[in-house]
Design a protein around this ligand. Sequence first.
Ligand SMILES: NC(=O)c1ccc[n+]([C@@H]2O[C@H](COP(=O)([O-])OP(=O)(O)OC[C@H]3O[C@@H](n4cnc5c(N)ncnc54)[C@H](O)[C@@H]3O)[C@@H](O)[C@H]2O)c1
Length: 257
Amino acid sequence: MVVDITGLKVAISGGFGGIGQAICKELLEQGVPCLAILDLKEDKDTLEVWKKSYPTQKIFFEYIDVAKRSVVEESIGKAKDEMGGLDAFVNCSGILQESVPELCIQVNLLGTIYTSLTAVNLMGKHKGGNGGIVVNVASVLGLKPCHPFAVYSASKHGCIGFTRSLSHEFHYNETGIAFMAVCPGLTKTKLIEYPENSGTFDYVKEEVAKVANVAGQEADICGKNIVKAMQTGKNGSISICVCGDLREAAMPDDVEG
Ligand SMILES: NC(=O)c1ccc[n+]([C@@H]2O[C@H](COP(=O)([O-])OP(=O)(O)OC[C@H]3O[C@@H](n4cnc5c(N)ncnc54)[C@H](O)[C@@H]3O)[C@@H](O)[C@H]2O)c1
């Protein structure tokens, strides 16, 4: 199945971040009629450029802090009202913050949970909506361990577990919402401009430096691949976006209990 995204009203959180901007540009290039960019801070210059480049498409900013449930509900609700509907939600907010585990979990994991729950309530067929698509930007570090960034890795494992659980056909039959996670590998954005002391413990700083020396993929190609994954509309897909490639992850389904 290929989802025709030219008719979709899309909201994206973290839309002014490195990967978020790349997703927004690709969505606008592909012709989405409405794009609500939700973030902690408005990037007025970028918004102005996009409004001039895509004059027939409605683009606007709405404040969100994904770590706060009531703010999430208000922000996505406002975006839906402003667009006259909501067909797809992309959660691309995230931080790499080992020194304050609570914050890392709050933004990366609870943020994913809050935005997803809100999107279900606003788009779900069980609530009189039309269904839709939710894309959660996780990480390859949600599929494999990462010893220098253990808290971040745990938060992203949680995102994948939550997304896969909500993609179960029991939910899908009720809501008509396809849930998918995308897992970028190292990508050149502000997120990976970490200082030496940004690992889980002081003693991992040399390991952090090693990661810092690995060349990441460009955000633009990552954004294009995320939109490509979204266009498959495949409920439950976990897509890996690494080194400019896109492929689906094989997930273990043989665990009993
Ligand atoms: N850059 C990488 O190597 C990489 C790899 C894998 C996954 N990711 C994931 O991709 C996503 C985007 O990251 P990025 O690389 O573009 O980083 P980035 O720092 O450029 O962007 C992160 C975005 O999240 C927003 N954000 C942070 N805290 C927030 C909050 N409380 N509420 C709302 N928004 C908040 C920021 O304002 C920013 O727009 C994140 O989930 C990140 O974990 C990044």
